[in-house]
Design a protein around this ligand. Structure first.
Ligand SMILES: *Cc1c(COP(=O)(O)O)cnc(C)c1O
Length: 656
């Protein structure tokens, strides 16, 4: 037996705690699953292997196989793909497309709904060629189409979507060229629908259609009154900058009637915003939209398609609540509710059932990408050991602080906290004024953190925690430096405080004991993650393992397939990460495909208009000057110039 856990005067509660500590079962896999919530947010795509690795479920012939993401990361490294690496899993994307379409099909069958479902994937959610071509391929069976919000997105869509039964829905601000391209799509036999979203746009569309001599397929985007909640509420509702008001809708209908073109108006569209956590708001908005739909039909428009926009949410924290990073409904419930509302509202109005379109993006692609990175270093904030004795000559406040540290009990924790703050502040000003030395200042900091640590441990055993001390444990955490850039790979974490599941991808049989926040390798103070998912609210730190000297420590950030890739920017000139797609062949051997090298330093510099050749010329002449001035031998010049050139060719992240 080692030394006793508590000193001789421990309380009764201490005794019980000691017993619990000594008899507690050792850390098990189950504890890691619970701690990181993987069974809640993983949606069965992600799990934990008996060896303690995070696994991803991939298709192997006709069955499924769980593959360790840790081994995938090692495999990527062996192939020369340095961390950070973004892994894409095509099987997950396919399975989401199937799930959405089959869920709608099931609801339609069970309710006896007379229309169909036709999804369109909004290109802006993940524009990567590999993703778009896979959606077109896997969605073909369901005639799953695309939504384009800009000219460039339409151009991309027209390159891949050639199924005449699928829809291409055009939203966003449209100039003549955008409209012409959409009309040419119609000429080529595709179903391209131009959605009018601002007053005045209709005139332009009609005149371009006349010129191109095609009959356009038109839609109207309406501005709903129904409010929603979540991060993106401003993109729907009265305040939305998009969509037509009731008055503008009647004006549009009048214009179409005047031109004898009411039969071109086929679609009604609205978009409440992305990540709608509450099914109630989805139902309210849809009911309102159905009223507009019925009225347009009554006005004599052709109609036939009801496009309910995006908003189908992802349960990032796994809590199944209406919290912003969650949702209180399943995909299946969503489909049932949508079909049921459209059916009951329109039946009551005696209107035929339309084709239902949803522009679900996030829910289709979020699960299919995982960012993996290695931890470079830890800054251990809380110092737990302090010297037994202080030098006789040191300042009396230091001795007082030391005394405070010695005498902490549950009873005086609050008082000790106040004293510690007081002495720390006083000692700080003594340092500023030159009264104490750097050595004394450093000692003061150490003792101060020792006091805070001790208070945190004490509060953990208290039934009632004084107000000043609640949340004090939040200040005690380590900083783990991750080899990635939040600005490049996780822009929504920085811009709108979105939460993503984050966890180690191995060592899950070991107990993680260090409360940590994550810092990236940009030198920006915003380059950190200090809010983590939790079933109850948000955690301010994440428990992680200590680093081992002989093994790298890898973390994964999950559910990053939607919006994160192209919103990212070049903060501190960290560029695109390496990307690789993973699948299994029929024997279950891992296939690494579509390997995309991340940006090199030369790439990112050229994005901001540097010319790499000119940089090399400049550096060479600097080196030559050093040789002339005899600061360098010619041989050293060669070595230094080579290092500069290798730096330009290299990855922007930490390499070794
Ligand atoms: C962004 C956007 C979407 C995608 O919404 P998700 O919530 O990701 O499904 C759909 N439609 C429009 C008009 C959008 O702007």
């Amino acid at each position: 037996m080692g030394p006793p856990l508590f000193s001789a005067d421990f309380s009764k509660r201490g005794l019980i705690l000691k017993e619990i500590l000594e008899t507690a079962a050792p850390w098990a896999l189950e504890d890691s699953r619970e701690l990181y919530g993987i069974d809640h947010w993983g949606s069965r795509y992600f799990g934990v292997s008996p060896e303690g690795d995070v696994t991803v479920r991939l298709r192997k012939g006709d069955s499924w196989s769980d593959v360790s993401i840790h081994s995938l990361a090692q495999g990527a490294q062996e192939r020369g793909l340095c961390m950070p690496v973004l892994f894409r899993f095509r099987d997950i994307l396919d399975s989401r497309i199937i799930l959405l379409n089959e869920s709608f099909a099931k609801a339609i069958r069970e309710y006896g709904y007379k229309g169909e479902y036709r999804g369109v994937f909004p290109v802006k959610v993940n524009q990567q060629q590999e993703v778009i071509s896979e959606i077109v391929r896997a969605g073909r069976k369901y005639h799953h189409g695309l939504e384009a919000g800009s000219k460039a997105e339409l151009i991309a869509a027209l390159g891949y979507m050639h199924d005449p039964e699928s829809y291409i829905v055009c939203n966003g601000y449209k100039d003549e060229e955008f409209i012409d391209l959409a009309l040419y799509g119609n000429k080529l036999g595709l179903k391209v629908i131009i959605v009018v979203e601002r007053p005045g746009e209709l005139e332009l569309v009609l005149s371009r259609a006349e010129k191109a001599r095609v009959k356009p397929s038109l839609g109207l985007r309406i501005k709903l009154t129904a409010k929603s909640e979540g991060h993106w509420t401003e993109s729907g509702g009265d305040k939305s900058i998009f969509g037509l008001t009731a008055l503008q809708i009647t004006e549009s209908v009048d214009l179409l009637r005047e031109r004898n073109m009411l039969d071109c108006l086929e679609l009604l569209h609205y978009h409440q915003g992305s990540q709608l956590p509450n099914i109630r708001n989805i139902r309210i908005a849809l009911t309102e939209a159905c009223r507009y739909y019925a009225e347009l039909k009554r006005e004599g428009a052709r109609m036939g398609i009801l496009d309910i926009g995006g908003g189908l949410a992802v349960d990032y924290d796994g809590s199944k609540t209406n919290f912003a990073s969650s949702k209180n409904y399943s995909m299946e419930e969503f489909c049932y509710d949508v079909v049921e509302i459209v059916m009951s509202t329109l039946d009551a109005e005696g209107v035929e059932h339309p084709v239902i379109v949803s522009e679900s993006g996030r829910s289709l692609v979020a699960y299919s990408s995982v960012l993996v990175f290695n931890v470079l270093d830890i800054n251990k904030a809380a110092h737990d050991e302090i010297p037994e004795e202080l030098p006789e000559s040191c300042h009396s406040y230091l001795k007082n602080l030391r005394e405070t540290a010695r005498s902490i009990t549950a009873k005086n924790a609050q008082e000790a906290f106040n004293d510690a703050i007081y002495y720390r502040d006083e000692l700080h000003s003594l340092f500023i004024h030159g009264t104490i030395s750097l050595r004394e200042k450093s000692l003061a900091d150490r003792i101060f953190w020792h006091v805070i640590n001790k208070i945190v441990r004490t509060t953990r055993q208290m039934d009632y925690i004084p107000e000043d001390l609640t949340g004090i444990d939040r200040v005690i955490h380590d900083t783990y430096y991750g080899n990635f850039s939040i600005f490049q790979s996780l822009p929504d974490s920085w811009a709108i405080d979105q939460l993503f599941p984050i966890m180690p991808i191995h060592r899950l049989r070991e107990e993680p004991r260090r409360p940590a926040v994550l810092a990236d390798i940009t030198c920006d103070s915003d380059g950190k993650i200090d809010r983590f998912i939790d079933l109850q609210g948000v955690k301010n730190s994440l428990l992680l393992h200590d680093l081992k000297s002989d093994e790298e420590y890898f973390l994964g950030i999950f559910l990053v397939g939607a919006y994160q890739e192209t919103l990212g920017d070049l903060h501190n000139l960290f560029g695109d990460t390496n990307i690789v797609s993973i699948s299994l062949d029929d024997e279950g051997t891992v296939v690494y495909e579509h390997e995309t090298k991340g940006d090199s330093v030369a790439d990112v510099l050229s994005y901001v208009e540097y010319d790499p050749n000119e940089l090399i010329r400049g550096f060479r002449s600097l080196a030559e000057r050093a040789v002339r001035c005899r600061l360098l031998a010619p041989k050293e010049r060669r070595e230094i110039v080579e290092a500069y050139e290798a730096g330009l060719r290299g990855y922007t992240y930490y390499e070794w």
